[in-house]
Design a protein around this ligand. Structure first.
Ligand code: 6PG
Length: 239
């Protein structure tokens, strides 16, 4: 079932989702498992990461026992501030003391070709992944993209790879690595994170009964157990 949770504004969305994030990881750990989490890039995601780091509940989670992955990454230099991983480290992972062994970054342009980097991430997921994410976070673009799956792009159709390269992303930077639908859909819980009126049409399109993956890529991802859209008033205004 798809649930829509409305928050008054981006700031409240970030603090509420940060609390839920901490609770979810703590409860997976309490059940005796190591949580596998898929992170996203984007403005609202970074706000949430900062709110996690600032939370008074953060010690409810043993951060040395969480595996962090990415749904997509910008294929630029490894230390570029454009990297989703660099942004997540600065906003949250460094402060929480997450060990490098728990941070599964996608390849950067320092590591070789885009194609080899995508292939290598598929291997890493296969070798070290638990088989599915306990929680996958996804931002949404105003065009309806999630991860680096853009409307009308050929990566939407790939069903024989875990991760693929994108050479001409309409959102800069142009080169990216993204998980495919097959990998994204192996998630117990999927939380979409959307703030701002500029995303309202994309939210409505993604949630419409007649949504198609080719023009609303977010409509192709569902959690096995739970799918939640966290939206603020602006993003919810066309629902
Ligand atoms: C990226 C993202 C991308 C992002 C959305 C929303 O690497 O750019 O993973 O899918 O989540 O574009 O980003 P904003 O919240 O900044 O609009």
């Amino acid at each position: 079932m798809t649930e829509i949770v409305r928050h008054s504004d981006a700031e409240n969305l970030a603090t509420a989702v940060a609390d839920r994030f901490i609770d979810r990881l703590a409860s997976v750990q309490a059940s005796g498992r190591t949580p596998n989490v898929g992170l996203t890039g984007g403005t609202i995601a970074n706000d949430i990461y900062r709110a996690v780091a600032a939370s008074s509940h953060r010690s409810d989670v043993d951060w040395s026992s969480v595996e962090f992955w990415w749904g997509d990454e910008r294929f630029v230099a490894g230390d570029s501030p454009d990297r989703n991983a660099v942004q997540a480290r600065e906003a949250m992972l460094d402060d929480l003391g997450v060990p490098d062994a728990g941070i599964h970054e996608m390849a950067s342009s320092d590591d070789g070709t885009l194609e080899a980097g995508a292939h290598a991430y598929g291997d890493e997921v296969r070798e070290h992944g638990s088989g599915s994410f306990d929680l996958l976070l996804l931002g949404l673009g105003p065009d309806g993209h999630i991860a680096s799956l853009f409307p009308g792009y050929p990566q939407l159709e790939v069903d024989d790879a875990i991760a693929v390269g994108v050479e001409d992303s309409p959102k800069p930077p142009p080169e990216r690595i993204t998980l495919t639908y097959g990998a994204l859909n192996r998630s117990r819980a999927v939380w979409f994170l959307v703030a701002g009126a500029g995303k309202a049409d994309a939210v409505a399109r993604s949630l419409s009964r007649s949504a198609s993956v080719s023009d609303a890529p977010a409509s192709g991802v569902k959690g096995e157990v739970e799918t939640v859209w966290h939206v603020d008033e602006g993003a919810a205004q066309a629902l």
